[in-house]
Design a binder for this molecule. Sequence first.
Ligand code: NAP
Ligand code: MG
Length: 397
Amino acid sequence: MNVPVVEMDGDEMTRVIWKMIKEMLLEPYIDLKTEYYDLGLKNRDETDDQITVDAAEATKKYGVAVKCATITPNGQRMEEYDLKEMWKSPNGTIRAILDGTVFRSPIIVEGINPFVRTWKKPITIARHAYGDVYKDVEYRVEGPGKAEMVFTSADGEENRQTILDFQGKGVMLGMHNLDRSIESFARACFNYALDEKQDLWFSTKDTISKQYDHAFKDIFQEIYEAEYEQKFQEAEIEYFYTLIDDAVARVIRSEGGMVWACKNYDGDVMSDMVATAFGSLAMMTSVLASPEGYYEFEAAHGTVTRHYYRHLKGEETSTNSMATLFAWTGALKKRGEIDGIDELIEFADKLEQASIKTIEQGTMTKDLAQLSELADKNIVNTEEFLKAVKQSLETHV
Ligand code: NAP
Ligand code: MG
């Protein structure tokens, strides 16, 4: 490797796993070159969270990053870590700097069958991560009165619409989105679908929301026709728009294998549903892809706090390292693709195969043992699982 991968270390159980993966499965086999940023909560506090900004900027410089799960502080963490401030979610900060879209997809292994019988291939959810109800203004109406929506243009012209003449108590909200954000969401989705050679589905409620949701539909369509139609034809993949209700029904009946672009709220809800239906959050990978072609890979789950507290007490843990391992292999493959290093891609593929084979041959952590339909299961602890992957890697390299 000549160009480094940006390495963002994190917190708790995933930080423990992070080190094991590097020492056991990466460093002995490849010339691993990373630029290290410690996003552990202690260091974020010490650097006034500058480290998170630096890591995101480095991702823009080198193009590929891999991130360990990190604590998003709340009141209880303020005390636990004696924090100066309740620092914002690192993922939120990084996403804002890279202007990226999050793509989540499941790792599929034999023996762990999706709850939906027809699903054979992964379904990737792309969630628009800006605006709508997540950046709204809300108002609790306490009694009769008139609610209006007013837009005052920069040159002073007023546009006024009545929302409702309230006769009694009620609720209201105002929300927004930006063409610029929808456009970069659309491009990130079209690019990702091309990369993965999978159909892209997009859904909104444009029949009801004739301005708001319709703008999403139109922007996607315009960008598709202007920039991607030909590339999609060449790749023999399809762009398919449909109403959100229809999309939900079709996804359930499908065999999977598509990228499903969702508005912010739809993506929030659907990604949890799809993750659960595929079996386990511990088997979900996540990549933040920016329209400029920067990538940040991570596991979809958090720092697995409950296991970490047990680990601190010296008790055995059986934490699943698959999603964190796939964050690493995803980043290495992308580095390999961008820099044209075939050996790196090959190694990352082998490592993925070795870990999948390990589970398919019956060796797995506790969370998967509860789901697996294999007859013979060997339930192992956190470290034993990685050792088994290493053994599988060595017998097949
Ligand atoms: P979590 O870390 O995802 O864990 C929730 C539960 O899911 C665990 O207690 C465990 O269940 C199970 N689980 C998740 N990942 C697992 C794995 N790899 N192997 C086995 N079991 C796994 O979510 P959380 O407890 O809500 O959050 C913990 C911390 O993570 C919080 O501080 C939060 O801010 C942070 N977080 C970070 C990210 C991120 O960086 N992307 C995302 C989400 C949350 P059992 O205990 O029943 O075994
Ligand atoms: Mg959610």
